[in-house]
Design a protein around this ligand. Sequence first.
Ligand code: AHR
Length: 543
Amino acid sequence: MAQLGRREFLATTGAVAATLLAPRSSAASDTRIEILSGESLGRIAPEIHGHFVEHLGGVVYDGVWVGEGSKIPNDGGIRLALIEHLKAIKAPVIRWPGGCFADSYDWRDGIGPRESRPTRTNFWIGVEGITGDPQKFEPNTFGSNEFMRLCRLTGAEPYFAANLRSLPAQEFANWVDYANAPAGSTTLAKRRGGDPFNVRYWGVGNESWGCGGNFTPEEYATEYRRFTAWAPSYRQNDLSFIAAGPGSGDIEWTRGFFETLVARSRGQLRSVWGWALHHYTWNVSQGKTSDWDAGKGDALKFTTEEWYELLREGDKMESLILQHWGVMAETDPTHQVKLAIDEWGAWHRPGSHVAPTHLFGQQSTLRDALLTGLTLDIFNRHPDKVAMANVAQVVNCLHSLFLADGDRFVLTPAYHVFAMHTDHQGADSLRTVIAAPRVSHTRNGQPATFWGLAGSASRKDNRIVLTLVNPALGEPRDAEIVVRGATVREAQWAHLTSTDMAAHNSFEQPRALEPTRGQARITGSTVVHQIPPASVVRIDLII
Ligand code: AHR
């Protein structure tokens, strides 16, 4: 690769001037990464690795719940393989029961003896392509207690999403009572049985600008104030409410909500813990259309243009965080409210699902792995802003970490990226400056460029974890990595990559794409490492 001048390099991750970067020491390297060990951006909330379970297609019935009498290994009806792997990646929080389903869900349907629970029409019945009975007609076999079992078995915190569109505020308060009242204290606590669930996170509606009620931001803020004016609290600060935020770039939703919320009093800000931004990455049309169906591409069969376009679209997450954060500051200048990005991921055209009942089920390739890596790196770079994020959805759905069908179960590339990132949880995010050549590609028939390498670094004790994404098909990056303010004694790498951009795991070939690992070379005070093309990379630096 030709030597590149400094202006052709991209400095990324944090507002640090590119002049910080010392000249590259070796003619063979084209990339320099500097980690500033003394510059913490804040603690990375473990909750940014959160998950999402909705009663939609094959997520609950098949994915999570197989039933106590099933021949599929389970713990109290919950798929064992799912429990074990969620534990392995330290799943911090799980959002349930939706999504759009949440605003049609009556929590009382999912409690008490299973055999006497009612069957209801599922929110998703009208969507083309849905087949199967639990998918169309919700049996309520999996309710609050079953969901809590999933949380307790995996170690995740529960995040209940309450119905604001079709239940009154009293039912919200009753659900909190059922979940959190001390054992034996109230009628609902007695119905629950056992110890309180201690549910801290409560969503107050979902996408209230759409399926959650078609509200204006002003109407929703008024409803929100009413719903949160009182809910039973059994300990100090035991409830954290998450308000239904915008879809992608809908700045007016954010502005309208916060202005109306504080119109009553500024103290109302204290009723919002998280502002739920949703952003799906779906449009690979390269600017040709913004039609929700026509803009999508296939999960498995895509062009190199669509490879870059998906990453470009996913990369918008960073500007969305900054834009909404800026608008929130207009009414909340001290940023009492943080972002909870409780739905994110790739949303491809239907067709690659592993079973006919899996509405929105899709395969996950190396391209989705890169999208996962670049998104988690963005969250890491904004620890002051992003307090939670929930990938949509954990199994058999959009950006899933697992695919399951009966007794078959496979880890997707997205799972492997979550595993590579797990040690960022709770670590100190470090300002990191990356200078790498931009990638040239074609967009809608025209020459275009995209950043050449991006990532994030964090520190816990004497270990720095650096995670990177190289989006370039066919171009490795020869990197020199230095830690300012510390000496690297040992370095290990893990790569997730393939020469096939559509590489993925299937029931037949479950280990087609998984990380490889090795020891990295240290020359003087510099780690010298080649970042493979089209890869997600983790480098552990022991200082
Ligand atoms: O994740 C699928 C759906 O996408 C959710 O139910 C909804 O909130 C979003 O539009």
